[in-house]
Ligand binder design. Structure first.
Ligand code: FES
Length: 158
């Protein structure tokens, strides 16, 4: 029996609760510890076979939308290839802030990354710094998943 990752129903992707299940990938092509992108129309979905089961979220980093599918997965934690942010797919928590700093999901500000033991770097003034400071990490949006006949199916709005 393949486990599915439980998620907070309040974080279901818009329209996904009533969407039909669609075939996404043969289960055999998503071994434990791996991730894959599957695309439905213009929606890119990340399928992740975490230590707690399979889940489907947007294949967009909750920070600045980089494809998580080319990052790495360690247990339930996915690491983004762009700014080294790490996010827990089970809880949705930020495990490691992106190196750019910015806002956590609750709005708390984190400075730009600096090596351990050093003072946080001064962010130079300018519109790009302001954009980094004001970028808030969003919460994952989950798509319902099931396995039927050896195929992973995902509920994605048409
Ligand atoms: S886009 Fe993923 S950490 Fe910035």
């Amino acid at each position: 029996m393949i486990g599915l990752l439980a998620f907070d129903p309040a974080l279901t992707a818009p329209g996904a609760a009533d969407a039909p299940f669609r075939p996404a990938l043969p289960l055999a092509e998503l071994p434990a510890g791996t991730m894959r992108r599957v695309t439905f129309g213009d929606v890119d979905v990340l399928l992740a076979h975490t230590a707690r089961g399979i889940c489907a979220v947007d294949d967009r980093c909750p920070h600045m939308s980089a494809p998580l599918s080319i990052g790495s997965l360690d247990g339930c934690v996915v690491a983004c290839p762009l700014h080294s942010g790490r996010f827990d797919l089970e809880s949705g928590d930020v495990v490691q802030m992106p190196t750019t700093g910015g806002l956590r999901p609750d709005g708390a500000y984190e400075p730009v990354w600096s090596p351990p033991g050093r003072e946080p770097r001064e962010d130079p003034p300018g519109i790009k710094s302001e954009a980094r400071r004001l970028t808030r990490i969003r919460r994952f949006r989950y798509y319902p998943v099931r396995v039927a006949g050896g195929v992973i199916e995902v509920a994605v709005p048409a």
